[in-house]
Ligand binder design. Sequence first.
Ligand code: NDP
Ligand code: GDP
Length: 359
Amino acid sequence: NYFYFFTFLMRKTKHALITGITGQDGAYLAKFLLKKNYQVFGTYRRLSTPNFWRLSYLEIEDRVKLIPADLIDTPSLIEAIRVSKPDEIYHLAAQSYVGASFDQPLSSGEFSGLAVSRMLESIRLFDPSIKFYQASSSEIFGKATTKSQNEQSSFIPQSPYATAKLYGYWMTQIYRDGYDMFAANGILFNHESPLRGLEFVTRKITNAAARIKLGLQKQLNLGYLGSYRDWGYAPEYVEGMWKILQQKKPDDFVLATNESHSVQEFVETTFSYLDLDWKKYVKIDKKFYRILEVNSLKGDSSKAQKKLSWKPKIKFKKLIQIMIEKDLERWQGWLNGEIFPWDANNYIGDEKTLFRKAN
Ligand code: NDP
Ligand code: GDP
């Protein structure tokens, strides 16, 4: 009998709840967990224009169970936990864009910071045995003083976003230590893909370069090209998230490629891939400068490489190739009359938008 009970336990399908399943990481993670035979639940919020294009794009919208919830609405989060009965929660929902956090500092604190406590409190009250993954960010290193950053580096946030993420980072540790909960931070450096939001610099560049190549756009306006980032490939990073929750003990991990490149290098590599001279098309517009800039980030993911056996394979050049080829294919399809299955036409051209400016 024990044997049958044991095999029953072993066979039980695991349940995962992903907050922010409609975002880049949420969609890839859902796909990854479905392949691992999880039952996948995800939260979405009501928007005037529904945002399920990433789930459709990965052909998983019918395979995940969607639960309406908003990060400000605690009962809706508790309901999501009650309905999904998760073994693991991946808390990815947040106001995820550094630039917007200067325009909306309070709501960014609310959604990227306080909401983490709402999740942790809900888990503590509902079922503290649920494993919790917090989507922390390399932005917490901010004005980094070391050449590369690992789990021991200092935190010097430079934006409302980063400050909110740092709050979430500490709350996750507090619940881990104080309530003995399995709560872990993934401190992820930038990770990109063809599903990246268009306001982020990588996708803004590959999308514009593809359009320029096809004669659909003449110019690309960018801000500061001198900052350095450690850019990896999102599908590899969601696997790292899962590995973090499969550890015996909860712990925090940096995920990064351990390489750093400038925004200008990203521009040059993208345009030269299309045999274009970037200098002819790229214009600097100071309105895209940040109020405060994070000049240089470079990860050191040796702990994850050792303890999780996690190793990113797709580095800078390959990443750019994947993104540019997909954007090119999409816009070529559009020219051939294909209906947009993706995000591109949902954004108003950012040259029309009034952002807050630095002094
Ligand atoms: P996205 O912006 O693509 O996705 C964010 C998700 O959060 C979306 O599903 C969005 O829903 C949801 N969301 C935002 N506000 C609310 C709200 N008030 N209530 C409910 N849901 C909300 O981000 P990524 O997938 O790139 O990132 C995932 C997480 O990882 C984020 O927390 C981000 O800050 C963090 N991170 C990301 C990094 C990266 O390089 N991608 C690096 C380090 C950390 P909707 O679709 O409706 O807008
Ligand atoms: P972040 O690292 O999370 O802030 O990711 P982003 O992709 O938004 O920005 C990466 C870097 O690109 C930052 O240093 C930005 O200041 C810089 N950058 C330069 N021009 C632009 C632009 O037009 N849009 C964005 N989003 N970033 C830009």
